[in-house]
Design a protein around this ligand. Structure first.
Ligand SMILES: N=c1c2ncn([C@@H]3O[C@H](COP(=O)(O)OP(=O)(O)OP(=O)(O)O)[C@@H](O)[C@H]3O)c2ncn1[C@@H]1O[C@H](COP(=O)(O)O)[C@@H](O)[C@H]1O
Length: 104
């Protein structure tokens, strides 16, 4: 978790950097739709790696997904802490029970 907290701080800082020297700043400069598209692309690449790639490729693609998700969250002003709090809130509630409760 420390890694993600550090990455969140790095992303917040690099968003303000010169796009010529920072990939994060470049994404920020290009705007939310590009960030969202990148996240979608990386998610698809992770799926492909899971289905037909090596373990190493899956790890690499998963890291790309997490990184691009963090970039998009920063852009939308959503903190990593908020996402963790949502996961904490869900802890212990079966996905099946939660789904069943939606139809009542
Ligand atoms: N964790 C990452 C990280 N993971 C992946 N990537 C970049 O994400 C991109 C995704 O690769 P792709 O091949 O899919 O994208 P691409 O084809 O190169 O890019 P497009 O032309 O499609 O936009 C690559 O350029 C990777 O280098 C990352 N870039 C940066 N970070 C972290 O962010 C920090 C700040 O980076 P800068 O803003 O570049 O200084 C770094 O120190 C790292 O900690």
């Amino acid at each position: 978790m420390e890694t993600l907290t550090r990455l969140e701080a790095t992303i917040a800082e690099r968003r303000k950097a010169d796009p010529k020297s920072s990939y994060v700043a470049q994404l920020s400069h290009r705007g939310t739709p590009v960030m969202a598209r990148k996240l979608g692309e990386e998610a698809v690449e992770a799926c492909v790696a899971a289905l037909s790639g090596s373990r190493e490729e899956l790890v690499g693609e998963a890291a790309d997904v997490v990184f691009h998700l963090m970039v998009l969250l920063a852009d939308k002003g959503v903190s990593f802490e908020e996402v963790m709090a949502e996961l904490d809130r869900r802890e212990g509630v079966s996905g099946l029970d939660e789904k069943a409760s939606r139809s009542t």
